[in-house]
Design a protein around this ligand. Sequence first.
Ligand code: PEP
Ligand code: MN
Length: 263
Amino acid sequence: MGDTIVGGDAFTVVAGPCAIESREQFAAVARHVRAEGASALRGGVFKMRTDPHSFQGLGAPALDYVDEVRRLTGLPFIVEVAAIEQVEVLAPHADALQVGSRNMHNYYLLKELGRTRIPILLKRGFAAQLREWLLAAEYVVAGGNESVVLCERGIRTFEDETRNTLDLAGAVWARQHGPFPVLVDPSHATGRPELVAPMCLAAAAAGLDGVMVEVHHDRAAALSDGFQALTLDRFSALARDLRTVLAAVGRTLTPVEQGASPA
Ligand code: PEP
Ligand code: MN
């Protein structure tokens, strides 16, 4: 994702809903985050839910909305690929494919992604050691795809006041011990919107490459992870504070891609 989405000195903000729920929902969130400084969009299509009776994502029908919102905002789009057969379904509509925490150990999926030339965002397994995470990234690279970005999304510990425990030191360690840029996802790491902004600011100050955050325009109505989503206003405040912290350490937000259409 090297040069286009993440990388260099700038700090990348990937933002969007947990899952794409409708054209209106995705467009409303995407327009807002773009206007406030996000330089890439997220939004689940095939969700990996713990509860089989919960919303599983719209699946392929969401891809029409993806095409439209990508065109509307001009922003690159990152989506989770949950199984090998989804690679060819999602790739034409995405700028990067995400491997979720639950699939970090799915080595045959990683090998398949190594055969593509699509940038890969590899989340850390919630019980994976740092070296296992780097070795998982090596599976993709070994296939010839060197465009890998890591994402720390919290690990499982004894603590249950937060959804997971954000291993910020581990994220910095991974950046220091591998060739890959590293993002953090404080939405899944904390499960609490009031902790998302402080952890994003910490990631910026710690020299990491960016963050991925979940945002919803109507949290109460969200079909997944509404409890941890940032409201639009909270996202605006975060973007403002990130600019302040980044300026203090001589960095900037990744500019929205040249040629992106106005939101
Ligand atoms: C996600 O980012 O939508 C997601 C499911 O995250 P994770 O794989 O980290 O749980
Ligand atoms: Mn989510």
